[in-house]
Design a protein around this ligand. Structure first.
Ligand SMILES: Cc1cc2nc3c(=O)[nH]c(=O)nc-3n(C[C@H](O)[C@H](O)[C@H](O)COP(=O)(O)OP(=O)(O)OC[C@H]3O[C@@H](n4cnc5c(N)ncnc54)[C@H](O)[C@@H]3O)c2cc1C
Length: 409
């Protein structure tokens, strides 16, 4: 007898945010069939944003670590989710429908969800010690211990994670220098309108920057590193943290027939292209974004959870419409709360509301080349961001969004 949709064996590879939320979502949608959640890490699933925020500031109390867990043994039991930890998937055979694990065993599936996320792009500079990268709980714990020494730190990469690490290091009183080959790296995060204010925030808090300058080498060892820049400057540091982006975890899928191109390429319903009953969710998925008109891979917390819920519904009930992203991301920089929704169209225009220096808050609303509202960034103004999100969802014009936020000022 054939299993109905909700009785099928769903195997999820990748036991972090997207994978765990898919498993929980399946049960919430009434899935009664077996669910197997396979994770390469040995830790119970945990959340990553706190790794560069409160945990990195040194709050390693048991309750603080417990709070970042995405699921606990009692819930796994109650939901009858089989969790295989320390079990990296090494091969997929989509014809015979099984996943092979590193220990040589195989797990068969009716439906497969790929949620293997991403890893930090490896540091090209590997002295014997002293260079760190941040992706896992263990990474965060190790970096926090280094920062607690209060010794000089060089952060390579001025993205959200790099700048959060710099802020945490300043909290420990470390001398910090952030290096990035891009002249205005903060503009990638918040747009050119408020990028310089964000740089000023870091400078005001005592961090130094070397922007528009690349790293050519890191030598020495923990406690006495030399970071050499391409303008000849040599920065002495006790610790270097390299945050230069991430790469999707797809090596295990090589030869499977799945379309791999900077992630697992899917259709608009998050179904892996070229195979049946295989979905991809979270940081590893590269899907056609309806608003932007091309494939994107988002490395954002909200997207991973939203895609997990969408796929849980698609598996149990069938998908009614293509996946639509809320395109929401946030970052904490010192005491500033940066929030962004949607995107910025390089051919479009932007309107700034409020004066960040004078009022301590601001919003920037983006319109695309046709004048349609497509994104917003706020600093210390979550209400404005929420207003923008609601108006975007209602299909409002950029003028309407601007007027509404001006009305709140
Ligand atoms: C330090 C840090 C701070 C962040 N802060 C923010 C923030 O402030 N705001 C925001 O929006 N986003 C933030 N993010 C991004 C957010 O955490 C990610 O978008 C989210 O974790 C994606 O979840 P995921 O499950 O798709 O992938 P991941 O979290 O990468 O998890 C994938 C899991 O799959 C496992 N895996 C990989 N390969 C295999 C395999 N072959 N077999 C089995 N398991 C495998 C991995 O070990 C991992 O546990 C942050 C990320 C980091 C690292």
């Amino acid at each position: 007898m054939t299993a109905t949709a909700t009785e099928r064996h769903v195997v999820i590879v990748g036991a972090s945010l997207a994978g765990t939320r898919t498993a929980q979502g399946l049960r919430a949608q009434g899935h009664t069939g077996p669910i197997t959640l396979i994770g390469a890490e040995t830790e119970l699933p945990y959340d990553r944003p706190p790794l560069s925020k409160h945990l990195l500031k040194g709050d390693w109390s048991e309750s603080s670590v417990d709070a970042v867990r995405l699921i606990d043994p009692a819930e796994l039991d109650a939901l009858a989710i089989e969790l295989l930890l320390g079990s990296a998937a090494v091969e997929l055979d989509p014809t015979a429908r099984f996943v092979r694990l590193a220990d040589g065993t195989s797990v068969s599936y009716d439906v497969l969800v790929i949620a293997t996320g991403a890893v930090a792009r490896p540091s090209p500079w590997q002295p014997s010690s002293g260079v760190y990268q941040l992706r896992t709980l263990a990474d965060s714990r190790a970096i926090a211990a280094r920062l607690a020494l209060g010794e000089p730190v060089v952060v390579v990469g001025g993205g959200f994670i790099g700048t959060e690490i710099a802020a945490a290091a300043r909290g420990f009183g470390c001398a910090v220098t952030v290096v990035d080959p891009v002249p205005e790296p903060m503009a990638r995060l918040v747009g050119p309108e408020i990028a310089s204010s964000l740089v000023d925030l870091h400078l005001r808090n005592g961090a130094q920057t070397r922007f528009g300058v690349g790293v050519v080498g890191i030598e020495g060892e923990a406690g006495r590193l030399i970071v050499e820049l391409d303008d000849g400057e040599r920065l002495a540091a006790s610790t270097a943290v390299v945050g230069i982006g991430s790469v999707p975890c797809t090596e295990w899928l090589a030869g499977s027939g799945l379309k791999l191109d900077n992630g697992v390429v899917t259709d608009g319903f998050l179904r892996a292209v070229g195979v049946d009953d295989v979905f991809a969710v979270g940081d590893v998925a590269r899907w056609p974004h309806p608003g932007r008109g091309f494939h994107i891979r988002a490395e954002h917390w909200t997207n991973a959870g939203d895609q997990a819920r969408y796929v849980a519904i698609a598996i149990t009930q069938g998908a009614q419409a293509a996946y639509e992203s809320t395109d929401y991301v946030w970052s904490d920089q010192y005491d500033w709360k940066v929030n962004a929704v949607g995107w910025r169209d390089p051919e479009g225009s932007s309107v700034v509301i409020g004066d960040l220096e004078a009022d301590g808050r601001t919003a920037v609303v983006h319109a695309d080349a046709n004048g349609a509202a497509c994104g917003a960034v706020t600093v210390n103004w979550v209400r404005a961001l929420n207003q923008a999100r609601q108006l975007f969802a209602a299909g409002s014009t950029a003028e309407t969004v601007v007027e509404a936020i001006r009305g709140m000022a």
